[in-house]
Design a protein around this ligand. Sequence first.
Ligand SMILES: [Zn+2]
Length: 40
Amino acid sequence: MATWKCSECGATSEGRCRPKTCKSCGADKEKIVKEEAKSE
Ligand SMILES: [Zn+2]
């Protein structure tokens, strides 16, 4: 499982695949970047 973060609005979502669009602001998938999981 990866965390995907929208670079436009900062919304995050989890999933194996990159979302097609941001669910929050509708930004294009190219704006959505993979965020490294933090192990604490
Ligand atoms: Zn967004």
